[in-house]
Design a protein around this ligand. Structure first.
Ligand code: SAM
Length: 291
């Protein structure tokens, strides 16, 4: 790593157009994310700050460093975390929560052969609020409807730092604003004046895994009853979105459901899927077989 001390008052170096395009392309190739040109200053500032932290003076040197060896790989992991959007909330999309609670779970439980374990996958889970929300819904349904099943949630993301936050399950009280009192008491423990931790009963149901959705051939887990993928595809172009979705449905059990955010993909419906109409949730069920 370069060993150059930066004084706090030195201004951020400007980025030449060709460097900007190189960085933009690298981000797109490695993460799939398309950075619109309006976000150029976000890219320049984020790179500039990080470059200073590790002691580089210009974007080209830093770029070369990121491409090289083990050090570059480690640095890339940090950089990805800085350049991706991790915004998320508990119970972010209520219509999807209602779909699971009011339609899918009762439907699954009324089948002749009830699955003993429901396998769920939260793709692009960020810091964990989404998979924990799913766990609360599944756990609560089991308690209140006396349903007899286990569930396991795989939560994956490209950002190591986000996954680490998710694993700890400790959140600022601000993050719990949309969690009602009953749910908070049932599933969280107070850590201090400003923080709560998700109870171990839920934490142990979730396996946080590092996964780039562009590398799905490396997925080590089996078929899922539900795949939840919201607010991640919007950063990719349509071609990539379709590629990712086509791969995701390969991991659905027959009868399994893919839940997306409204409007995240238009004009995509492979014959193996049927669309589920439920308020403003975009969801598809995998058919058992297609003639
Ligand atoms: C805006 S957050 C969405 C979080 C959550 N799904 C929600 O709806 O609240 C998008 C997440 O997608 C992740 N992401 C972006 N590109 C990815 C990729 N190529 N593979 C896996 N995750 C990715 C980011 O790290 C980020 O945590």
């Amino acid at each position: 790593m370069a060993n150059v001390a930066w004084s706090g008052i030195e201004s951020m170096p400007s980025m030449e157009d060709d460097h900007y395009l190189e960085w933009k392309l690298l981000l797109e190739q490695r993460t799939g994310m398309i950075l619109p040109d309006e976000r150029r200053s976000f890219l320049t500032t984020s790179l500039g700050i990080r470059m200073r932290e590790v002691g580089f003076r210009n974007y080209r040197e830093y770029y070369n460093f990121v491409l090289e060896g083990q050090g570059g790989k480690i640095e890339w992991a940090t950089l990805v975390d800085r350049l991706t959007v991790h915004e998320t909330r508990f119970f972010r999309h209520i219509s999807s929560v209602n779909l699971i609670r009011d339609l899918l779970l009762p439907e699954w439980m009324s089948q002749d052969e009830i699955p003993k374990t429901l396998n769920i996958w939260s793709v692009g889970c960020s810091t964990g609020e989404e998979p924990y929300t799913l766990a609360m819904v599944l756990d609560n349904f089991r308690d209140t409807d006396h349903a007899d099943y286990y569930y396991g949630i795989t939560a994956s993301d490209i950002s190591m730092a986000s996954l680490s936050t998710g694993r700890k399950g400790i959140f600022h009280s601000r993050k719990l604003r949309e969690v009602d009192d009953l749910t908070r008491r049932k599933y969280f423990t107070r850590v201090d004046d400003t923080h709560y931790q998700v109870k171990e009963t839920l934490r142990k149901r979730i396996c946080f895994s590092h996964l780039n959705v562009l590398e799905m051939d490396r997925i080590p887990f089996g078929k899922m009853h539900m795949i939840f993928c919201q607010n991640m595809l919007i950063y990719f172009d349509k071609e990539r979105r379709i590629e990712i979705l086509d791969n995701l449905i390969e991991h659905l059990e027959p009868g399994g459901v893919l839940i997306l955010g409204a409007g995240e993909i238009l004009g995509w419906k492979p014959p193996i899927l049927e669309k589920i109409d439920f308020n403003d949730t975009l969801a598809f069920r995998r058919l058992a077989a297609v003639n």
